[in-house]
Design a protein around this ligand. Sequence first.
Ligand SMILES: Cc1cc2nc3c(=O)[nH]c(=O)nc-3n(C[C@H](O)[C@H](O)[C@H](O)COP(=O)(O)O)c2cc1C
Length: 336
Amino acid sequence: MSPHERLRALYLSKPVILAPMEDVSDLVFRRLCRGLGAHFCVTEFINVEGLLRGCKRAKRKLTLPEDDQPTAIQIYGSDPDRLAEAAEMADEAGPVAIDINCGCWVPKIAGRGAGAGWLRDPDAMVAMAKLVVSRVKLPVTVKTRIGWGPESHMPIVELAKKLEDAGVAALTLHCRTAQMGHSGAADWTWAKRAREVVTIPVIVNGDIKSGADAERAMRETGCEGVMVGRRAIEHPWIFREARAMIDTGVECPQPTLEERIALCREHLLANVEARGEQHGVAVTRRHLAGYLRGIAGAAAIRQSLVLTDTVEGCLAILEDVRTRKQMARSPMEASV
Ligand SMILES: Cc1cc2nc3c(=O)[nH]c(=O)nc-3n(C[C@H](O)[C@H](O)[C@H](O)COP(=O)(O)O)c2cc1C
């Protein structure tokens, strides 16, 4: 199967995709989400300048072990030639696709013409994408927003067609403008409009918070798949929930207490193995509050975890939660 056919087959499976998220969508988290039903993952964005300078952090993000497939590598930059050069490096790492970030709104990136900065000059974005496509063997995809903001008519529909003509293999649409950052509601109707003018797959992204949202986003937009970001940080079970709703229309049961604690342990131990104790414990914390949400006494448990720096200490707290009789008997307080 050629790389393009392989990617097309993935989109035919109505994929539920883990979004690229800096300091979140690393190898450990990708493995964990894949285990819970994510079909396909995208790396955190990689700065092309760092990559071309040989920066260790950038090169580490480019490394995909065999079990980390299918994963697309995302790159960002403001110079078309440098992006093309970095894409050639990414090509050799064997991802399922090379994704170009045209959606990051953060001023230090967009203000320099990278990320969503490309939306200020859509024709330049198309020319850049065309150049990158011409330089690599693997499929090139683009993740972008509906426009810079606050245009009365968003450029995305026309842009989607031009990106397709430039040879882009698929488009992911975060349905907000760059100026909205993460505020306001994502407007999926733009994904529908973009989807209607192209034949390449379009993936809808923004505010997908449940299995029902995922199913509705696909149904309302006609998109090939959905991408989930923030909800996965606190509730990675969304992948299996979305899978169940999309495939069968059946709601998946909420994770049990045992599953929640098992996931906390798994994530913690994997992060400690990958980064050492101090850093591993610190980076797992942002997830644990969400993983434990709904458990009786969750606020106090969270508080103790925040104050604990050792893996043994965290595991002891989790074990205590698991074994305390009243916790084990207590039903989940609220649905999450
Ligand atoms: C912590 C964080 C880091 C992010 N990093 C990236 C990134 O590296 N590349 C990218 O294209 N988008 C990035 N995003 C945006 C997400 O991929 C996604 O488009 C956005 O969060 C909207 O989806 P959601 O509502 O499901 O979170 C990031 C978002 C968050 C919250």
